[in-house]
Design a protein around this ligand. Structure first.
Ligand code: NAD
Length: 508
């Protein structure tokens, strides 16, 4: 392993707030109970700020503010072009704060600064994209000869509850906020408790762009309290959630009595399938980046690499060599490729998986522990296990860190069976120079999204989402608008209707 820097001081960005409060009806507010919690950075693991801990009363106030803004307007009634102007101004506001956002995100999450910069760009793009979508959106009309016209309008669905995780927090918040606001909904956002910092930029960005008061509300707090209260609130008809599969199950149960609409983006254990005829250099670049970028804390990480037997040893050797050279270091250092994992609890969880891999008999080719030059902070070397079998937990379970499992396969059928032999079905990557096989294998894989001879690039128009334990519902483009709006059909008679005349004497 090479070191990005010998000394790992947590670079404290300028202007950090000492206190982060809720944002309700256009005003910052503490919790009704006065409860707070501390938040720490992942390099020093020392608290740097206090955060209001939202509970049922705070969620109630935020939902009331959102309901008031929804009924009073003008946001849900505005013309698409007017809403689009505000969305574009939000994107401008994000871009204007890109440097600050990247520095704060890096400080709070441990993401390498070079990768955090890309998050601001993507967040802004989400708003620009959905601004375009609503301006171009059409609604449908169905003509029944000359008798009837049936038309469908899409109405904003109401107050949307948005619950987000700590990996790439600001970007994922934007991925929900942009379509929800574009659709005319009012929202209550519950950011992840590990990483509330970048969310504190939203009130300034949104108000500065002209979003009316009460349309955006935010309640900080623990999932079991603030998150749970939001899901249980009868005034919130839809919940968009991104996070762990097990949390998604709890949310579904909480939402069930209210029959809420749910969009669930959950965990993954995505396979990368490398056939011997693939461009192995490109496959290697993509597979290494796919699992070690964003600290491996990425839902679509290719965390299982299935390699055809004929090239397995060579590929595994090259993979391990690259992993040993991944630069682990302070997140703020532009040389760093792998930063600090988000929180000591998560760090311990990932390290326990490394121990599990060892005890299960997988062959450790690289990493496996804390880099020697980084005695403090949540650092783990890029870790590669080879000869991982489907019965091992490190093959089956989402680790959500810089740990990859390599497994050999013999035939195409075996590759497909291995790829599908997990409960998850989020993403997959296929590498082969035989295009017919590429399409065949891609379509045989149980995953919502497959990249063929490509690393993970997003096209915002395409459906995003997983199957099996990886999620429920689809986001992206018109799918997101479909979630945040409610279709209503209006049936109009164009000729006098010929209704059977019940109750008229002599008529049947
Ligand atoms: P998490 O499930 O622990 O928390 C996510 C959010 O849910 C947080 O805001 C948390 O406070 C809240 N929450 C927790 N318990 C809750 C409850 N009972 N009711 C309501 N809200 C509750 O997830 P995490 O650890 O923050 O994020 C990592 C997970 O997210 C991984 O599994 C990863 O794969 C997944 N993820 C999926 C996607 C995707 O698009 N499929 C994208 C990013 C992350």
């Amino acid at each position: 392993m090479t070191s990005a820097s010998a000394s790992p001081p947590p670079a404290r960005p300028a202007g950090l707030p000492a206190l982060m409060e809720h944002y309700i009806g256009g005003r910052h507010a503490g919790s009704v109970s006065g409860a707070t919690f501390d938040v720490a950075d992942p390099v020093s693991n020392k608290p740097y700020a206090t955060v209001a801990a939202g509970e049922r009363e705070d969620v109630g106030r935020a939902v009331a503010a959102a309901q008031e803004a929804f009924t009073r307007g003008p946001w849900p009634q505005m013309k698409p072009r007017q809403r689009a102007r505000v969305l574009n101004a939000i994107a401008d506001g994000i871009e204007a704060r890109a440097g600050q956002l990247a520095a704060w995100e890096t400080f709070d999450t441990g993401l390498p600064i070079t990768q955090a910069r890309g998050q601001a760009r993507r967040a802004a793009e989400n708003f620009r994209f959905f601004a375009d979508v609503i301006v171009a959106m059409h609604e449908d009309a169905y003509r029944v000869g000359t008798e009837q016209l049936n038309y469908v309008v899409r109405k904003p669905a109401g107050v949307a509850g948005l619950i987000t995780p700590w990996n790439t927090p600001f970007m994922l918040e934007s991925w929900k906020l942009a379509p929800a606001l574009a659709s005319g909904c009012c929202v209550v956002l519950k950011p992840a408790e590990f990483t509330p910092l970048s969310a504190s930029l939203w009130p300034g960005i949104l108000a500065g762009a002209g979003l009316p008061e009460g349309v955006f509300n935010m309640v900080h707090g623990y999932g079991e309290q603030a998150g749970q209260a939001l899901v249980a609130h009868p005034g919130v008809p839809l919940i968009s959630f991104t996070g762990e599969t097990v949390t998604g199950q709890v949310i579904m149960a909480t939402a069930a009595p209210h029959l809420k609409a749910l969009s669930m983006e959950l965990g993954g254990k995505s396979p990368v399938i490398v056939f011997a005829d693939a461009d192995l250099d490109q496959a290697l670049d993509s597979a290494v980046f796919g699992v070690f970028s964003l600290n491996g804390e990425r839902c679509t990480a290719g965390s299982r690499v299935l390699v055809e037997q004929a090239v397995y040893d060579e590929f595994a050797g090259r993979f391990a060599e690259r992993a040993r050279n991944v630069r682990v270091g302070p997140p703020s250092d532009p040389e760093t490729q792998l930063g600090a994992l988000v929180h000591p609890e998560h760090y311990e969880r990932v390290r326990r998986y490394v121990e599990t891999g060892r005890s299960e008999g997988a062959r450790l080719l690289a990493g496996g522990g804390r880099p020697a030059h980084l005695p403090e902070g949540n650092y783990l070397s890029a870790t590669v296990f080879a000869d991982v079998t489907p019965s091992m937990r490190i093959f089956q379970e989402e680790i959500f860190g810089p740990v990859v499992a390599l497994t050999p396969f013999g035939t195409e059928a075996e590759a497909i069976a291995l790829a599908n032999d997990v409960r998850y079905g989020l993403a997959a990557y296929v590498w082969t120079s035989d295009l017919a096989r590429g399409h065949r294998v891609a379509q045989a894989i149980e995953a919502g999204m497959v990249w063929l001879n490509s690393h993970n690039v997003r096209d915002l128009r395409t459906p995003f989402g997983g199957i099996k334990a990886s999620g429920l519902g689809t986001e992206g483009g018109e799918h997101s608008i479909g979630f945040y709006t409610q279709p209503q059909v209006i049936h109009v008679a164009l000729e006098p209707p010929r209704t059977p005349r019940f109750g008229v004497a002599g008529e049947r």
